[in-house]
Design a protein around this ligand. Structure first.
Ligand SMILES: [Mn+2]
Length: 429
């Protein structure tokens, strides 16, 4: 009797619950049950390949190295290039549930390397912000000063070692020992193309705003591995380097190819223009955060965002401050800034490095050029005559030979200055 009572009661409750539970709730229920039984952790790409690196089955390591500026374009391009190569070479594959898996019996592996010192990533305010947003731990990367990348370690290694350079194609003097390992170069800068003895492939296209455009077009136009990394993360450098496709910058900060690839990749990602603009503005406000930037100190600021570009015998260092001269001036004092700048210039000018350009890239831009025996006046008149609307007013600093300060109405991008340098020195090569 009581059994019958319970059976009919539970039947009643079951039927009632089906009436009350809406379709949407059933969906939610299904999802949470799936979650409950899906014991698989999210695929952590960096950790998976780093763990495999220790395995005895690995006979060949291909390091994918970004440039020594350590900007997001070079880091994310290196990350995505390694991912593209690992997928292309079936080192990462998809199981029957379309979940990414790493092939544990592979004999070779591609791994991204950040070309700055371990422990200094915190200086990249915008980089830190982007990594946090996508739950990427900067410690999971390899860094150029890690033991396994030292000259000694590479030479003694019994494994086959090679490098892919991404977002640069000239090694700094201090890294010239890597030259013999370079097998591939992917770059979007107009440069003197140095020769590497074991180079197999060179992918250099110009003008393109972001190296990421090149990387996406080479590896990910047919298929984007969204289960490993969100599309939004991958297109971050395009957004930054094109200044969110700002119209005025068309032709030098970005080109139609950037836009085409960006649109193709984002088409299926449900990322709205509005959403991307908010994301872009958030990154920018980190990048130009005055308080956080000043707290890093002048020495760090001089070192942290430095790019090298080279033509023949002319090597140029391009240092960018993301705050204004006035901000620096008020915080550190003019004397202190000059002192540190001079120290930096003296330390870094060498037989190879002929010119250092320090640039304050906010609103009213200010530049300092340190150029012993250099045709700086020709360069400046070229910049002034280039018709881009930027004018330099030259002030020579009497305390410091060959040290020039200049004002420009707007931030002059390296992408404008670089071709002008090239033009100036084309006959000197
Ligand atoms: Mn780049």
């Amino acid at each position: 009797m009581s059994n019958k009572y319970y059976i009919s009661l539970s039947l009643f409750v079951l039927i009632l619950s089906f009436i009350i539970i809406k379709k949407d709730d059933i969906k939610k229920l299904k999802i949470s049950i799936n979650k409950l039984f899906n014991r698989e952790k999210k695929f952590n790409y960096l950790l998976e390949i780093k763990n495999l690196l220790q395995s005895n089955s690995i006979k060949e390591i291909i390091y994918v190295l970004g440039n020594s500026g350590g900007d997001l374009d070079s880091i994310i391009s290196a990350y995505m290039t390694s991912l593209g190569e690992n997928i292309e070479n079936n080192i990462i594959y998809y199981d029957e549930f379309n979940n990414p898996k790493i092939n544990k019996s592979t004999s070779k592996i591609f791994i991204p390397v950040i070309n700055i010192k371990r422990g200094t990533y915190f200086e990249r305010l915008e980089g830190k912000f982007v990594f946090n947003k996508f739950n990427i731990n900067d410690n999971d990367f390899l860094y150029i000063n890690d033991n396994e990348l030292s000259k000694n370690y590479l030479e003694k290694s019994k494994k086959k070692i090679s490098f892919i350079l991404v977002d640069f194609s000239e090694l700094d003097e201090s890294q010239s020992y890597l030259g013999k390992y370079v097998q591939k170069v992917i770059d979007h800068h107009l440069q003197n193309i140095s020769t590497f003895p074991n180079l197999k492939k060179r992918i250099i296209e110009y003008p393109i705003g972001s190296c990421m455009t090149l990387v996406l077009s080479h590896y990910f136009l047919d298929y984007f591995p969204e289960k490993i990394i969100p599309i939004q993360f991958a297109i971050t450098p395009i957004l930054i380097d094109t200044s969110n496709f700002k119209k005025e910058y068309f032709g030098f900060k970005w080109d139609i190819f950037d836009l085409k690839v960006y649109n193709l990749i984002t088409k299926n990602a449900n990322l709205t223009t509005n959403e991307m603009t908010i994301y872009y503005n958030n990154i920018r406000s980190e990048m130009f955060n005055i308080e956080k930037t000043l707290q890093l100190g002048i020495k760090v600021l001089l070192r942290k965002d430095t790019k090298n570009f080279i033509w023949g015998i002319y090597h140029i260092k391009f240092v960018v401050f993301t705050i204004s001269f006035e901000n620096m001036h008020n915080y550190y004092g003019k004397e202190k800034i000059l002192e540190e700048e001079k120290k930096y210039c003296y330390e870094n000018i060498s037989n190879n490095t002929k010119c250092i350009i320090i640039c304050f890239a906010q609103n009213e831009a200010k530049y300092t050029f340190y150029t012993p025996n250099f045709k700086i006046k020709n360069i400046i008149s070229r910049i002034n005559n280039a018709g881009k609307g930027f004018l330099f007013n030259i002030k020579q600093d009497n305390n410091f030979d060959n040290y020039y300060m200049m004002d420009a109405k707007e931030g002059v991008s390296r992408k404008i200055i670089e071709p002008l340098f090239k033009e100036e020195f084309k006959n000197d090569k």
